[in-house]
Design a protein around this ligand. Structure first.
Ligand code: LLP
Length: 444
């Protein structure tokens, strides 16, 4: 806990101003709410950069080198892609849209890797044409299609094969991916992954760089990653024995957990990197394999804690003896994670940062369904209409998953740094809602 008592420490620069309001990176949140309106996604730009640097530096001692690919899906407006490029990271993309954003931001193509279990032919062609660092092939169908596309375009495409390690990651059912019964990757069953390797090696227009695995997201138990490393090592050794192939690259995906509430105790990036590199060094020796270049794809652990969402409180309704609902001007359209994954958040009132909580309330969104809740049973200091609520740790999988449900407008995004705020995404307007929609009565 921080010196602010009820405000937990997050990986962003939070301070209480002389006026008793909360500020991020020197920007008073109540002023930001006035200037840009609410709901508003606010990021500490320095915190985003520090997280990138932490990952970048953590691999300094790993001698074949490493490439950190920020997982675009967590949060990728153009400004974020530019920031990631400036920090020397690459990008993990999983759609033509993410690839387009990465290229528009000037990301060098060789630092882009393409994930996904059902990439379209158009997406694969775009990736091959751009000359990206690697396509992470997920299934037999894709192996055939990609070989054909690369051949047609007269190119040789570098690929990794996504292996499903069958590792149980202790996280929410919907965000774990490495278990055997999964839509992702080649299962390590009945020689399927070895067969995929053989096909990749035989494909004229593909060059196999190595293997990829991703076990899930919001993971605290680092031993899950070690088990994944061990499983992939065992597979790489079998491939070497059967096909004489040795890897050049290994991509271990993302998944490191972050702090949402005081109950979360996330592990430092450096510890994750130490554990996986040690497991790899020891394992490669044991199996007689060369150390591969290492790739990782962190998303949440870069963007998550660096962002928060501001809302204005509207109605406050007390049901005597039951609960008090505090409604805000956003909800599931700007943060669907509560409805989807039962995610838990913490929040404070930004204009009452020095006032201790005296009530337990539940924060509701404004959509027309009971499931649109943001936080159950949150201690707050007498919330009133007009107060500005700051919900922490909303930097990942909020803006990127936002919708226009109930035709609510998508909020703006601002980056804060040294007391200055910069608008990086404009708030949508009603006109934006109609963009691309055609009248039944049009005459064209
Ligand atoms: N690599 C691959 C192949 C992935 O599928 C993912 C996340 C990542 C990297 C990044 O994982 P991270 O470091 O962010 O945990 N919408 C969900 C999370 C879904 C994660 C999907 N894949 C949520 O809001 O919790």
């Amino acid at each position: 806990m921080s010196s602010k008592g009820w405000i937990p420490n997050y990986a962003l620069d939070l301070t209480v101003t002389e006026r008793g309001t909360l500020s991020v990176a020197g920007c008073d949140l109540t002023q930001l709410a006035k200037e840009y309106g609410t709901p508003l996604y606010v990021y500490d730009e320095g915190a985003l950069r520090r997280r990138c640097q932490e990952y970048y530096r953590a691999f300094a001692d790993y001698s074949p080198g490493a490439l950190v690919l920020y997982a675009s899906k967590a949060f990728l407006p153009l400004a974020m892609a530019e920031l990631v490029k400036e920090e020397g990271l690459g990008l993990d993309v999983m759609s033509g849209g993410e690839l387009y954003t990465a290229l528009q931001a000037g990301m060098p193509p060789e630092r882009i890797y393409f994930n996904g279990n059902n990439k379209s032919e158009t997406e694969l062609s775009e990736a091959v044409e751009a000359g990206i660092g690697g396509v992470i092939v997920d299934n037999f169908h894709e192996l055939a299609v990609l070989d054909e596309i690369a051949g047609r375009l007269g190119k040789v495409q570098r690929v990794l094969l996504r292996i499903n390690p069958g590792v149980e990651a202790h996280t929410h059912e919907y965000i774990k991916t490495g278990q055997l019964d999964s839509k992702f990757g080649f299962p390590l069953l009945e020689g399927l992954a070895v067969e995929a390797t053989r096909i990749a090696l035989d494909s004229e227009n593909l060059r196999l760089l190595g293997f990829h695995c991703h076990i899930g997201s919001q993971i605290f138990a680092l031993d899950s990653f070690e088990v994944a490393v061990e499983t992939v090592l065992d597979f790489a050794a079998r491939v070497k024995a059967k096909l004489g192939y040795t890897w050049k690259e290994l991509n271990l995906g993302g998944g490191l957990g972050i702090r949402y509430t005081q109950d979360d105790e996330p592990k430092p990036v450096a510890e994750l990197v130490k554990r996986i590199t040690e497991a790899l060094v020891v394992g490669c020796q044991r199996y007689g394999l060369p150390l591969p270049k290492l790739l990782v794809e962190p998303g949440r652990s870069i963007a998550g804690e660096a962002g928060l969402t501001l809302y204005t409180i509207g109605s406050v309704k007390t049901i005597p003896g039951i609960r008090t609902y505090v409604a805000v001007d956003g909800g599931m359209p700007d943060n669907p994670r509560v409805a989807l994954y039962q995610a838990r958040y913490n929040a404070v009132i930004a204009n009452k940062a020095t006032v201790p909580p005296d009530k337990v309330v539940s924060v509701a969104g404004k959509c027309c369904e009971s499931g649109d809740m943001l936080i159950w049973d949150l201690p707050l200091p007498s919330p009133k209409s007009g107060d500005i609520l700051a919900v922490f740790s909303t930097g990942a999988y909020t803006y990127s998953m936002a919708s226009n449900y109930n035709r609510l407008l998508r909020p703006a995004v601002v980056f804060c740094k040294d007391g200055e705020s910069q608008l990086v995404v404009k708030r949508q307007t009603y006109r934006d809602l109609l963009r691309g929609e055609l009248s039944l009565n049009r005459r064209d």
